[in-house]
Design a protein around this ligand. Structure first.
Ligand code: F6R
Length: 249
């Protein structure tokens, strides 16, 4: 596992953005897994700038979103599908038919999860962008989620519901109480994981994720078992790590 710590958010975003752009340029069919939330937004801005400056072509990129709220149409203003569309997809030349997402409004959620896992099996993810939730979740795999599980519906924990207020919900009562998410087994099949964390509020969580016991009680700890992980942190998120644990960038 490589752990890089950057002095500024901008340097971190540039590093991740350029790493993925290089991959896109070198590959015929790059399959990228995208996360919503606030952490990757600077990377998405980097992609948009690069596209506007004609430095990258996203037309051959195949995209998979990580997760979605249950009971929410993809066109809902607070859906993760809308968040990805607004923050990135509508501003670059990715093809609509190449954007894959879980449908939180599917009639049969079990079948929807199987459909999604099959799509990912047919288009293995090359690089998966990840963030860590305030309860240690990755995607919406909350504490207790099985390490060997595929996509599934999950009851959101209180911390995750609370964090959703940052994503534009006005009132806690408006936040859906269930999510549907790629499972940990699905995520672990990605060829490379890029775990991003920013800010002091993530510092203790980052330490537990990277140095703590690998346990279903703290789902993001599973990344310790992936053979190709890049962890990118700003200096605040790295505060609880020892200097010898990471490379300073
Ligand atoms: C989002 C997702 C979540 C977030 C995590 C961190 O698709 O799967 O696991 O990555 O909750 O969220 P932020 O970046 O808002 O701190």
């Amino acid at each position: 596992m490589k752990i890089y710590v950057f002095q500024t958010e901008k340097e971190l975003d540039t590093f991740v953005g350029q790493h993925i752009i290089d991959f896109i340029q070198e590959n015929e069919k790059p399959v990228i897994g995208f996360a919503t939330g606030s952490t990757p937004l600077g990377v998405y801005d980097y992609f948009i700038d690069a596209y506007q400056n004609k430095n990258v072509d996203f037309s051959k990129v195949v995209a998979f979103n990580l997760d979605e709220y249950v009971g929410v149409e993809k066109t809902h203003p607070r859906s993760f599908a809308t968040a990805m569309r607004d923050s990135l997809f509508k501003k670059i030349n990715i093809k609509d038919e190449n954007i894959h997402a879980l449908n939180g409004k599917a009639e049969d959620m079990k079948e929807e999860c199987c459909r999604y896992d099959r799509e990912i099996e047919d288009n293995p993810i090359d690089i998966q962008i990840l963030g860590i939730g305030m309860d240690g979740h990755i995607a919406y795999n909350e504490p207790g989620s099985p390490f060997d599980g595929g996509s599934h519906v999950v009851d959101l924990h209180q911390e995750s519901i609370q964090s959703s207020l940052d994503y534009g919900f006005d009132r806690i009562e408006d936040v859906p109480t269930q999510g549907v998410t790629q499972g940990i087994a699905t995520i672990m099949k990605a060829k490379q994981l890029i775990m991003m964390a920013k800010g002091e509020k993530k510092a203790k969580l980052v330490k537990r994720m990277l140095k703590g016991e690998v346990s279903e009680d703290f789902p993001s700890s599973i990344i310790q078992r992936h053979e190709n992980v890049i962890v990118v942190l700003d200096k605040e998120a790295a505060k609880c790590l020892k200097e010898e644990d990471y490379e300073r960038c």
